[in-house]
Write a protein that binds this ligand. Sequence first.
Ligand SMILES: Cc1cc2nc3c(=O)[nH]c(=O)nc-3n(C[C@H](O)[C@H](O)[C@H](O)COP(=O)(O)O)c2cc1C
Length: 185
Amino acid sequence: MTCSLNLKTLQVYKLPDFIMSIDPDLFRQVLSQFATGITIVTTCAGEEIHGLTANAFCSVSLTPPLVLVCVDKSAHSHDLIAAGRNFAMNILKASQEELARRFATNNLAANERFAGIPFRTEATGAPILLESLGWLDCRLFAAYPGGDHTIYVGEVLALGRNQDDDPLLYFQSGYHKFEARRNPH
Ligand SMILES: Cc1cc2nc3c(=O)[nH]c(=O)nc-3n(C[C@H](O)[C@H](O)[C@H](O)COP(=O)(O)O)c2cc1C
């Protein structure tokens, strides 16, 4: 039997009722088995800048160059990204765990989050953290509903690699360093 999918008619379907029985703790535990890097998503709307720690980030397309990040609707940056129509992804290095914790501290004001952190702006005005591993400055391309998050897709207008260093990793609810690169056995 062949199975074909007509993408033109693809709809967002209502989730079946059995989804409701998924245990939220188990959901978190299973997802924590997926190792990721860590980013700080920054944005600017008018005079206001803000940012949050995020690991729900991935590349989407090469032509055009697109990336996505999922942002909680309750996050302060959520509405700012929509208003400013921009965001920058700053990929953290292993020594920036303190930054990751700081930008994940609920309701910490922007001036305290960015205190002592050198940054500049590039194409969109979103802060580019100078000491990150790499960065992508994005114009908002699309926003899709994703439950209690919004899936923000950004078109990359500028990007760069800052340093050749090890990444900050996140696995099983904890921060880690990439020791295998130094000690393969
Ligand atoms: C390791 C880690 C990864 C996170 N990933 C995300 C994410 O992908 N999207 C998101 O909206 N929040 C994520 N968060 C939570 C936000 O960083 C956190 O709620 C932050 O305080 C939100 O900013 P606000 O306090 O200004 O609203 C993550 C937190 C941690 C510790």
